[in-house]
Design a protein around this ligand. Structure first.
Ligand code: AMP
Length: 405
């Protein structure tokens, strides 16, 4: 029988998250992560789904090579080792694929060199992603390694949406354009939304709101992305847990000239100390809601700013698409925070957007509609599954390369 398992690896600078899936039905066989790689007290947590019992250790894991070997050892204890003939491929999340990578790609030396060439536009992410790929390749050189890019889904954006209105030569020289991120999630959720409506993705226009700690919106026409809120980096667009999202770029010159701050300090300010945490000291929407219930004004203002930006993007993408069939909420906040969903579409009845209070309050893991049955535009909660999407794309590519149906 042909191998049907895919290992999905998400390698960060000091962590590796992984899931092993069986692509016959997309089920999980094992999930886990290694955190604080390079420190004395690295931590591994591993859960085989057969028992559901999490085990692991806290000990020094010096580098990604050691981390992956530790993961392989845990998987082997469950009879799921990396040497298993049932393993079809390893799928790697790669954050930045630039303009070049428009689809998942089987990794070879040329692909690695190209991902490396993109490091200047993704200094925080691509080096760690590369380390993960190189380590996995060394462990199983015979196995297809597939890179699945966060940016790929957005490469269909027209130039009118992807270009910044700055000097073209400067932009081209430094590869400055809007790339977009969370693409794997936007692809999965837009397709799953069409499925929820019982229609083909090609027929449906969807606004996807991926609201996690990082947050982005996208306008998807007939299954293809035509605009998205993140840009050269994941800093642009919506208000996020710790990132500012959109603002006048002159704030940066002002902070340099008047505030005496360095580029690195401003980078940290806007990426790590802004957004919800900068506004009210908390980046977790649960905590912000709790504080609002207690009458906390800073939390209320943070919530209002968050929702105001969200609403602006819904309106903007409505205009970009012309006709909208569905608005889909996903990720930690989008899937769980009913007050955010209600506030984001409040007052948009003229656009055909309303939320049914009772449906919105229902909790669950399945994709579901929260708009009234007769609503002109469907409003939906569609839980994202980036690992399943990476595994699905990886498996499809490997099967196609082998000429399998
Ligand atoms: P993610 O990046 O998709 O994992 O989302 C993480 C964020 O989701 C957290 O920082 C919270 O703000 C938010 N979140 C998670 N669970 C809930 C919940 N039950 N209610 C409201 N917000 C939630």
């Amino acid at each position: 029988m042909s191998p049907t398992r895919v290992l999905v690896l998400n390698s960060g600078s000091s962590s590796v998250k992984y899931q092993l899936l069986d692509m016959r039905d997309g089920s999980r066989l094992a999930v886990g992560l290694v955190e604080r790689i390079g420190e004395e007290s690295s931590q591994l947590k591993h859960t085989p789904l057969a028992t559901g019992e999490t085990r692991g250790f806290t000990a020094a894991v010096p580098d990604h090579d050691a981390a992956l070997k530790a993961v392989a050892a845990e998987l082997a204890k469950d009879g799921l080792g990396l040497d298993s003939p049932e393993l079809a491929a390893i799928g790697h999340r790669v954050v930045h694929g630039g303009k070049h990578f428009t689809a998942p790609t089987v990794v070879d030396d040329t692909v690695l060199a190209e991902i490396e060439r993109l490091i200047p536009v993704a200094p925080l992410h691509n080096p760690a992603n590369l380390t993960g790929i190189r380590t996995a390749r060394a462990l199983r050189p015979d196995l297809p390694q597939v890179a699945v890019f966060d940016t790929a889904f957005h490469t269909t954006m027209p130039e009118s949406a992807a270009r910044y209105a700055i000097d073209v030569r400067t932009a081209d020289e430094h590869r400055i354009r809007r790339y977009g991120f969370h693409g794997t999630s936007h692809a999965y959720v837009s397709r799953a939304t069409a499925e929820l409506l019982g229609r083909a993705p090609e027929e449906v226009n969807v606004i996807v709101l991926h609201l996690g700690n990082g947050a982005s919106a996208s306008a998807v026409r007939g299954g293809r992305c035509v605009d998205t809120s993140m840009g050269l980096t994941p800093l642009e667009g919506l208000v996020m847990g710790t990132r500012s999202g959109d603002m006048d770029p002159a704030v940066i010159f002002h902070l340099m000239r008047v505030g005496g701050m360095s580029a690195d300090e401003i980078d940290t300010l806007l990426n790590k100390k802004s957004g919800l945490i900068g506004l009210c000291g908390d980046n977790d929407m649960r905590e912000i809601r709790r504080r609002i219930d207690e009458g906390d004004e800073a939390a209320q203002l943070a919530f209002d700013i968050y929702v105001h930006r969200l609403k602006k993007y819904i309106g903007a993408y409505y205009a970009v698409l012309g006709r909208v069939d569905a608005v889909a909420f996903t990720a930690g906040v989008g899937e769980n925070a009913a007050p955010v969903r209600a506030a984001a579409v409040a007052g948009l009845e003229a656009l055909g957007l309303t939320v049914d209070g009772e449906l919105n309050a229902v909790r669950g893991d399945a994709p579901r509609l929260i708009s009234p049955a007769d609503a002109r535009v469907a409003v939906a909660v569609v839980p994202t599954d980036e690992e399943l999407e990476i595994a699905t794309q990886t498996y499809a590519l490997v099967k196609a390369a082998q000429g399998r149906p």
